[in-house]
Write a protein that binds this ligand. Sequence first.
Ligand SMILES: [Zn+2]
Length: 355
Amino acid sequence: MSIHILYSNTFYLHRPLAGVYHPENPSRIDIIINTIKKIYLPQKMIIDNRINYDVGYLHYILKIHDKSYIEFVNSLCTAGDTYIDSDTYVSRNTCRTAEMAIITSIKSIEIALSQHEVLVFAVVRPPGHHVGRYGRAMDAPTQGFCIYNNVAATALYAIDKGYTPIIIMDIDVHHGNGTQEIFWYEPKVIHIDIHQYGIYPGTGSIDSIGGGEARGTKINLPLPPYSSDDDYLYIIKEIFIPIIELIKPRAIAISAGFDAYKGDGLSEMEVTHKFYSLYGALLRALSKRIGVGITAVLEGGYSIGLKEGIQSFILGFLSDFNKYEETLKNISPSKKTIEIVTKVKNILKPFILIN
Ligand SMILES: [Zn+2]
């Protein structure tokens, strides 16, 4: 068992315009790394911030995004100190930083695919799950702080190496509309997304299930505000675990946002250490049982979620707590969550057989 934390000092170079506060800023990396250093266990954890700028991986950006979008982003970086939209800034070093985020994400899944019972956490920025093939995805109003889709790069790498099917589980409080759009017609990528409905980006309804041969492989769980640990855990129990047991994925990538943490700032969810630690423990158990490494790619999380959420998640993975089934028996989800899960199961019935 081991945990690898991958990051780069390059991630400090993507910066908001001088004097303008933005929640997605370089201090997020410091908060995370300081939190991880406090729980660092030398025999079990590796913190690697010496990731090479390996141009051999950059062609993945062209696999994820259209050339016209990449050229547009590059032109904004050359201009510097500007905005791609009202949410998403671009500084002179944004392109280099976003490229490094793609490289680091791919290196993370490379390690995860080569080992069992391992968590490889790519602490990258800018985040990626809102950006689709051409930038804004599924008619979202903006790109939501995202430049290139990092978790999509991990999935494409796994597909290239023959590790399919792959499950992407997105626990960021916002819907991963970019990731969903990119893999809308790709049946090898099962995308499960828990998010708060009624907030940005406004996508991710339960009847969005993918297109063509991929129908039924995109699974959306839009929860109401103030949903709790037990609502999240109910989804893990009723949807996530059964799908993993059924399809036996060859790779699992987590779009690891921590902004559903109670009080993190950009949502009204009330998720706490109970969910994140149990989720970490569960991922370790699943990783052991089906023999796949876990890749986590940082998405959102802006204050307490980056401290408490990440700490709980990593301690959960380290804990080797195997009594999660007992814990999952004693949860009290809301009526609304039970109703949503029932509806999702009914929609999925013709495609994926889960009881
Ligand atoms: Zn988010």
